[in-house]
Design a protein around this ligand. Structure first.
Ligand code: DC
Length: 226
């Protein structure tokens, strides 16, 4: 099995780029942020404070989280039998995800789920600790970055497209706060693996970033299958 780890901060274009790249190479795309978001949402649905690690940890054994792929190949998150793929994208849930992701027991709980995906399929897996913790032996690791303003602008446009209204200033503020939480936490903080290829997408069009990543994969792993 081939595994490609794509890590980086929020809004660096990881999910859009990873999805496109996975399609081009015929791999499965695994969005690990969606799994943390599902746990953040589960806490909210149970009126649990996402920062209360004791309460979040005691909720974990009750959860039934599954990853499914629909007929168009999109990853769907199923929480206790319900498809929550839309709900987990709300800005409020982004912050809850970042909070639960700082709890070591939550990360531990999700290790196997993520590794199993890479054992079963050729994957492009995106997240924050894929190259450092989840798949340290990935065939290729890419760390995507971009300036905070570029990342906030992309996130802002993405939310607008989904009909979610947030001011640009709020999106930027949230993103900086989440970056801080994600990089400064003790458990598997966001950082590039020593052997990751660094790619700064500031100022790039999406197409340019996708082509850059495909170029790196073709060079390191082999040509695309399509
Ligand atoms: O990629 P995203 O914005 O959907 O991720 C939501 C949150 O989950 C993000 O703030 C950090 C956390 N996360 C993580 O800690 N580790 C991962 N592998 C993926 C996401």
């Amino acid at each position: 099995m081939i595994s490609i780890a794509i890590d980086g901060p929020s809004g660096a274009g990881k999910s859009t780029i990873s999805k496109a790249v996975a399609k081009r190479f015929g791999y499965i795309y695994v969005d690990t942020g969606a799994i943390y978001r599902t746990i953040g949402l589960a806490a909210k649905l149970r009126n649990i404070d996402a920062a209360d690690s004791r309460a979040v940890i005691s909720m974990l054994p009750e959860l039934n989280i599954e990853i499914e792929y629909n007929e168009s190949g999109a990853q769907c998150m199923i929480l206790d039998g319900a498809d929550v793929s839309g709900d987990i994208r709300l800005p409020e849930v982004s912050m809850l995800a970042s909070k639960v992701a700082a709890i070591p027991e939550v990360r531990e709980y999700l290790v196997d789920m993520q590794r199993k995906m890479a054992e079963r399929y050729d994957v492009v897996m995106d997240g924050r600790d894929i190259g450092t913790v989840i798949l340290p032996n990935a065939d290729l690791k890419i760390f995507l970055t971009a300036s905070s303003e570029d990342r906030a602008r992309r996130r802002y446009e993405e939310l607008l497209q989904k009909g979610i209204k947030e001011s640009f200033e709020d999106v930027l503020k949230d993103l900086i706060k989440r970056d801080e939480q994600d990089t400064q936490r003790a458990a598997a903080p966001l950082k590039a693996a020593d052997d990751a290829v660094l790619l700064d997408t500031s100022g790039n069009t999406l197409e340019e970033s996708i082509n850059a990543v495909c170029g790196i994969i073709s060079e390191r792993i082999g040509s695309d299958r399509k």
